[in-house]
Design a protein around this ligand. Structure first.
Ligand SMILES: Nc1nc2c(c(=O)[nH]1)N[C@H]1C(S)=C(S)[C@@H](COP(=O)(O)OP(=O)(O)OC[C@H]3O[C@@H](n4cnc5c(=O)[nH]c(N)nc54)[C@H](O)[C@@H]3O)O[C@H]1N2
Ligand SMILES: Nc1nc2c(c(=O)[nH]1)N[C@H]1C(S)=C(S)[C@@H](COP(=O)(O)OP(=O)(O)OC[C@H]3O[C@@H](n4cnc5c(=O)[nH]c(N)nc54)[C@H](O)[C@@H]3O)O[C@H]1N2
Ligand SMILES: [Mo]
Length: 764
């Protein structure tokens, strides 16, 4: 009998050998350099490693496939603009080992399901297209042509195009993403869920509503010039290491940093720049001037407390608010203030879990400065009230006039290297009608005006068999999404699941009745097409579009580029009825960019402007104080304190990334900055909460969540006592995604609330 879907979908429950130590107080420095070299040496051949390290994030080089942090416009480090986790990302992609027919003949799908995510990732690069037939136990090789035909047949056999789902992960380049959404829309649906739905959707939603653009407003230069930078719900030393150099520059210019986080993350405390030899020897830069150990989901309460104190001072002295800005540029100030007055400062401070002393220090910095930038990531966006979190930050910036001027504004720090670009060029299940009209004007077909499924709606539709084909352009859907067991059933209910991937992952193992794996080129590889080597482009977290071109020979001759895959599928599915000659684009990506220039705002003369080595900025109203909202003004908003309460012995749990992972790709088994070695199945707990429950260090426990009467369990975790506020705990994603209820998501944005999962710890 074959394994159950949920057994295949969950990471194996066995333990390794956990070792823990006191977390370090400093980040990056020699430790990071050593770790980069070890990773590069282990998984890449030395010539490749050298070639890549010289070209990463260089003008005319390739864009690091890691995070979306921007590169400096002017000077770039001669060592390569790299970071430890960038090196790990390329070592993972540029592995010298490959897997194909013989690997899959040897290992059945069931066998592979028993491997850990770490082992799956380290098996090597996918090297040829593979097919799993109905009832099959092993993937078998298939030609590209036949694979495309299979997809085409399945898609054309559906009663309605809305029965197909087309997911995108954020590494896909602008060219591939644009063509993909164009194909999906011509095929006839808007079902374009993407990783953004689980990531910064709440930021997009809150910022579009209040400031008229769903992206951040600041540039790197603003960060250097800010008087105060607030870093909230973000762990830059691990997830955006190069951000620390920008924060260091800001501090060298006299700026102050406030870090708001339940965990005293190493990078928020101290940073040693690996590209500054003097700093390496003399010790690092203190990052946070004020560290605010907030309770999980205490952010609206904390920001309201700040707003209330600002109001109190304004009423005393009338010199706190930027009244000219408020008068000229904002909307709904009076309603906002009357609502704010209904809250009590002490209650808000208590709900935030922050002491008066720490609050006062943060407050003084906000009160006495006007060039303020707030940076945030998943610590704010993955809650039920995520949109409120971000709107409350906007309220603060508006009161201080801290937007639309140098050194001030919003900085949602994006995740995947091109997640922002994918949305810009049309990967959006609810794209605005103006965009759809432009497609119609250019190509002569009418895209479906109906909104498609976002990630959680897609899962539901597959579970309820309203959707029958799942196609993933990159990513690892089953491991990234919430409610693993429910989602595994959803995938299994499909007739066909297809993944375009560079590496083997769990989504290839939890399949529909039939399944396909399409191996594709990665960022680091040369993309040879009929008209020569192709360049592609990406947009970083600050709205700069730049080119990316690989440097290594492809790891296998059977790989296609993502662009070629999309063209192949489109040709096999809609050739007869299409208005577009799909096969032309793959020969010359300049043609794709010419189309983008016509359809997407801000891309005029795309091909010419892309030749500028540091790329070009897309237009951004909020950056220059122009707000493209309904009223043409920036909107104040009214946000409530969250209403959840913990019962009995419940804790609130956040699911976070270790220092050795990129989302569901597990680079290694340590989390050096938190003092964790050789284990991922840990639960970080406040030591007093452990004492109350009689729990000892490294004791084995099971975790249970109960939501709307449904119980979910994750077994086998070791307790680690940690500096985390009371009633809070933390575990790693994706091991505990099984505990995240599908119905617990951010209002309006539908981002799964994977940072506020209410759980109980059960000793065995
Ligand atoms: N090396 C590496 N780089 C990455 C990634 C990776 O996995 N590895 N992932 C990429 C992607 S897709 C993304 S989206 C980003 C993710 O980047 P981050 O958002 O930094 O990643 P998380 O580990 O989810 O960390 C969330 C942080 O928020 C804090 N936090 C959790 N809940 C709360 C809360 O309620 N309030 C506050 N104030 N803080 C809270 C946690 O303690 C943690 O420090 O990084 C990108 N870059
Ligand atoms: N509980 C919990 N769940 C979360 C989160 C959390 O914090 N907590 N974070 C959420 C967030 S922020 C995100 S962004 C999602 C991430 O969700 P995804 O983007 O779906 O997941 P990744 O792990 O980034 O995808 C990794 C896979 O992408 C493929 N890949 C890598 N490079 C390429 C490439 O160049 N081309 C192609 N075609 N494929 C490639 C590889 O096969 C690899 O296995 O997860 C979300 N899930
Ligand atoms: Mo993300």
């Amino acid at each position: 009998m074959s394994l159950k879907n949920e057994d295949k979908a969950n990471t194996p429950e066995g333990f390794l050998e956990l070792k823990t130590s006191e977390p370090p107080k400093n980040s990056v420095g020699f430790g990071a350099i050593k770790s980069s070299i070890v990773h590069a040496a282990k998984y890449m051949n030395p010539t490749d490693a050298l070639k890549l390290s010289l070209k990463i994030n260089q003008k005319g080089g390739f864009d690091c496939p890691g995070c979306a942090w921007p590169d400096p416009d002017e000077e770039r480090s001669s060592l390569g603009e790299y970071c430890e986790n960038g090196i790990k990302a390329i070592a993972e992609e540029a592995q010298s080992k490959t897997i194909g027919a013989s690997f899959f003949a040897e290992h059945s799908v069931d066998d592979l399901s028993k491997w850990s995510d770490f082992e799956l990732g380290k098996s090597g690069r996918l090297a040829e297209p593979m097919y799993l037939e109905k009832g099959g136990t092993h993937y078998q090789p298939i030609s590209w042509d036949n694979a495309f035909k299979k997809v085409g047949q399945h898609l054309n056999a559906l009663d309605n195009p809305d029965e197909a789902i087309f997911y995108t992960s954020g590494r896909t380049t602008n060219e591939a993403a644009f063509l993909y959404q164009l194909f999906v829309r011509e095929y006839g649906t808007s079902n374009l869920p993407d990783c953004s739905n689980m990531c910064h959707e709440a930021s997009g939603s809150a910022l579009s509503e209040t400031l008229g653009i769903g992206k951040g407003s600041v540039t790197l230069n603003d960060l250097y010039k800010a008087e105060v930078v607030v870093v909230v719900g973000q762990n830059p030393a691990t997830n955006h290491p190069r951000m620390l150099s920008a924060l260091e520059k800001c501090k060298n210019n006299g700026g102050k940093i406030i870090a708001i986080n339940p965990l005293p993350e190493a990078g928020l405390i101290k940073f040693t720049n690996p590209q500054n030899p003097l700093k390496l020897l003399t010790g690092g830069t203190e990052i946070a001037d004020v560290f605010v150990p907030i309770t999980i989901n205490g952010d609206v309460a904390f920001f309201k407390a700040l707003l209330l104190k600002l109001l109190e001072k304004e009423e005393e002295n009338s010199d706190v608010f930027d009244k000219v800005f408020i008068e000229e540029k904002t909307y709904d100030f009076n309603n906002f203030i009357s609502d704010l007055k209904t809250y009590n400062f002490e209650d808000c401070l208590e709900a935030s879990g922050v002491s008066r002393e720490i609050f006062d220090k943060a407050f003084q910095l906000i009160l006495n400065n006007n060039k303020i930038i707030v940076c945030w990531a998943m610590g704010l966006t993955q809650h039920q009230n995520a949109v409120d979190n971000i709107r409350e930050i906007v309220n603060l910036l508006l009161l201080k006039g801290s937007i639309g001027k140098e050194g001030a504004g919003t900085c949602p720090v994006r995740g995947h290297s091109n997640v922002q670009g994918d949305r810009t060029v049309g990967i959006w299940e609810s794209a605005p009608q103006e965009f759809l009209d432009k497609i119609e004007e250019k190509y002569g077909f009418k895209p479906s005006p109906k909104h498609g499924y976002s990630v959680i709606e897609a899962i539901k539709a597959m579970y309820e068999m309203k959707a029958k084909v799942f196609f993933g352009l990159g990513g690892n859907f089953i491991s990234a999404v919430p409610d693993t067991n429910y989602s595994a059933q959803a995938m299994a209910n499909c007739n066909l699941t297809v993944h375009v991937s560079t590496k083997l992952n769990r989504s290839h193992l939890v399949t529909g009745k039939e399944a396909l794996i399409f191996p594709c080129l990665g960022r680091t590889e040369l993309d040879y097409q009929k008209t020569g080597i192709q360049v592609q482009s990406v947009e970083n977290s600050m709205g700069i579009v730049s080119s990316t071109k690989g440097v290594l020979e492809p790891c296998s001759k059977d790989l296609l580029s993502e662009v070629a895959v999309v063209c192949g599928i489109a040709n096999a599915t809609i050739k007869k009825r299409s208005k577009i000659d799909w096969l032309l684009y793959k020969d010359d990506y300049n043609l794709v960019r010419d189309d983008i220039a016509e359809v997407v705002d801000g891309f005029k003369n795309y091909n010419t402007r892309l030749k500028k080595p540091s790329g070009f900025y897309l237009p951004n109203g909020a950056r220059i104080g122009e707000f493209n909202t309904k009223t043409g003004k920036a909107h104040f908003s009214i946000n409530r304190l969250p209403s959840w309460k913990l019962k009995n012995d419940e804790l609130i749990m956040m699911t976070i990334r270790s220092h050795d992972q990129f989302n569901t790709t597990i680079y290694g088994l340590n989390d050096r900055y938190r003092g964790i070695y050789n284990e991922r199945r840990v639960v970080f707990m406040n030591r007093n909460d452990m004492r109350i429950r009689g729990l000892k260090e490294h004791q084995i426990v099971n975790l249970k969540s109960e939501y709307s009467g449904v119980i979910r369990k994750a077994n086998n975790f070791k307790v680690v006592g940690y500096d985390i506020p009371k009633n809070c705990c933390a575990t790693y994603f994706p091991e505990t995604n099984v505990l995240v209820p599908l119905e617990s998501f951010a209002h309006t944005a539908k981002t799964p609330a994977s940072k506020s999962v209410i759980i109980t710890v059960l000793p065995l």
